[in-house]
Design a protein around this ligand. Structure first.
Ligand code: TEU
Ligand code: CA
Length: 558
């Protein structure tokens, strides 16, 4: 008998909305809260249980809302607090929960706390942030920002540097300071009392830094790597256990930590079954291109991830979390390229089949699955013809540093890397229909619409019973209907195959066998030949003995 503790967030399917690109209701070219409310029936039809809402708080949008200037107010471009309250209420009416994006590793430099902090060394808010004296007249250490350049900015007023692991308009908060923790926990309580259903916690693994701030290893020939000294730091679990005691444990909510640099061993602490910290974490091992490519420029690669690489990572997380901690399942989000382009095949011939194959491989695994806006009908990467097409600070700064300033890579190659892995691939407007601007806005979109919207859009998907949309809808229904999909134990199969991803889930004497052809070529596979069971789902209507057809995926219960 399966003894795993049941929980609604283990049985849920989450849909991520990046509001800026989801739906524009007032014609200013920027997505907004009322645009989300207008599409809740669409999400209800898909069958999702939870929406992860990327930040909607007041922000100057240096990093599209991940730079917050007021945690208790709504970003002007997205609407008003009344719009938020209506969206939350309408979602709840439809049985859809909403978790907010909690960005508390850093704030905006336009937050009142930082405006005060930078005024003087003895300002009451000074220690809300991380200030250091120059070292030999330079930055305190050689750390690189995730958005290129030094992770330190000099502030003339007080002659000190402040730390910003992301943009210089995103100063890191000093979690060593109990006053900062009090502010964050009070704010979280305020949102929970408004009725939200949990948090996705932005780079939460970075809130505790190595107090010695040592130099990092120089990887790209310019700056040092801060990750060993800012990820999974000495007090991170202490802080999260305090957060859990003071806030999370008081509500029936869901929490997922975005844990850059997390290992399985660390994940067992962050998402432990005792529930003393978070419910689950996102890791980046399968999406962090830098560990799969030969590029010295970190994530910037044109190389597709190999099946052996992806399967090895996902299987490791499935088997090593078993019985210890809960996991998350995702192919993409607002920071990643589009799933079907990155892991599948977005050609006209294979896009639909390979998108359904990827969805089967992920959604039959153990953990809470996340669907990124547009993934449910197979949106693809776009094309960057020049840096002018880019809106994301990460791309713009990387281009400036690696192409313009240091000539480490030529423009054409860098733009090919952008076509492969740039975050803006996920931020082109959701393609609702084949009309002007794909039905996203009646105005001028803040970022170019992917030109393939005329063929790839939600309206066309809803009209086609064999579309990716209805395949996702069926996968979600299966997860809601078969506990073995949620709680069954994971067993890898065919682990040495370079073309097939196969595994089994077992529970209460039943087995669910899944196999997927990761390639566009027919592959030998006898896995299903001797199984007499019920096929729960497949992207092919007819099968052939001993063979998996191109991108064929099957899940059979027996
Ligand atoms: O992302 C954290 C992070 O590590 C990103 O830099 C991401 O891994 C990288 O861009 C992948 O190429 C979070 C948010 O999801 C991201 O949108 C923010 O820009 C970042 O934190 C700062 O808040
Ligand atoms: Ca708008």
């Amino acid at each position: 008998m399966n003894t795993e503790k049941k929980a609604w967030w283990k049985e849920a399917v989450v849909y991520q909305i990046y509001p800026r690109s989801f739906a524009d209701s007032n014609g200013d070219g920027i997505g907004d809260l009322n645009g989300i409310t207008d599409h809740l029936d669409y999400l209800k039809k898909l069958g999702i249980d939870v929406i992860w809402l990327s930040p909607v708080y007041r922000s100057p949008n240096d990093d599209n809302g991940y730079d917050i200037s007021d945690y208790r107010d709504i970003m002007t471009e997205f609407g008003t607090m009344e719009d938020f309250d209506r969206m939350l209420s309408e979602a709840h009416k439809r049985g859809i929960r909403i978790i907010m994006d909690l960005v508390v590793n850093h704030s905006s430099d336009e937050h009142m706390w930082f405006i005060e902090s930078r005024k003087s060394k003895d300002n009451p808010y000074r220690d809300y942030y991380i200030w250091k004296d120059p070292k030999n007249g330079h930055e305190p250490n050689n750390w690189e920002s995730c958005f290129s350049g030094s992770a330190w900015k000099f502030d003339k007023t007080t002659g000190q540097y402040y730390l910003h692991l992301f943009s210089s308009k995103q100063p890191d908060l000093n979690w060593e300071n109990p006053a900062v923790r009090d502010e964050v926990f009070d704010m979280m309580t305020w949102w929970c009392d408004k009725g939200i259903d949990g948090f996705r916690m932005d780079v939460i693994s970075m809130i505790s830094k190595d107090p010695n701030f040592p130099d990092g290893k120089i990887l790209d020939g310019i700056y040092g790597d801060p990750n060993p000294y800012v990820c999974n730091g000495p007090r991170v679990h202490e802080y999260l256990q305090e957060m859990n005691r003071r806030v999370l444990s008081k509500y029936d909510i869901m929490t997922v930590g975005e844990a850059a640099g997390v290992t399985v061993e660390e994940a067992k602490k962050y998402a432990n079954n005792e529930g003393s910290e978070l419910n689950m974490v996102f890791h980046f091992e399968h999406t962090d291109g830098s560990s799969n490519s030969d590029s010295v420029l970190g994530k910037w690669t044109v190389n597709p991830p190999r099946l052996s690489y992806v399967r090895g990572i996902l299987n490791k997380w499935q088997t090593e979390l078993e019985g210890k901690a809960w996991g998350s399942l995702y192919w993409d989000n607002h920071d990643q390229p589009r799933a079907v382009s990155r892991f599948g095949n977005d050609s006209e011939e294979w896009r639909v089949l390979s998108a359904k194959m990827l969805a089967t491989v992920l959604h039959m695994q153990k953990g809470t699955p996340y669907i990124y806006q547009g993934e449910e009908f197979g949106m693809t990467n776009t094309h960057f013809s020049s840096i002018e097409d880019c809106r994301d600070i990460e791309e713009i700064n990387a281009y400036q540093q690696y192409v313009t300033d240091h000539g480490l890579i030529d423009s054409t190659t860098m733009l090919k890397c952008f076509d492969t892995v740039a975050r803006d691939n996920a931020r082109t407007p959701v393609q609702w229909n084949a009309g002007r601007n794909a039905g996203f806005t009646t105005g001028t979109p803040w970022i170019k619409v992917n030109p393939n919207y005329t063929e790839i859009n939600a309206e066309a998907a809803l009209e086609d019973p064999d579309s990716i949309f209805y395949y996702y809808q069926k996968l979600i229904r299966l997860r809601h209907s078969f506990p073995i999909i949620v709680y069954g134990v994971f067993h890898p199969l065919l682990e040495t195959s370079d073309s097939i991803y196969a595994y089994e889930r077992t529970m209460d004497g039943k087995a669910l066998t899944i196999a997927a052809n990761w390639t566009e070529f027919e592959q030998k596979c006898t896995l299903f030949d001797d199984i007499d069971g019920d096929e729960l789902i497949s992207n092919y209507k007819a099968h052939r003995t001993g063979v998996l057809q191109p991108y064929e995926a099957r899940a059979v219960l027996h």
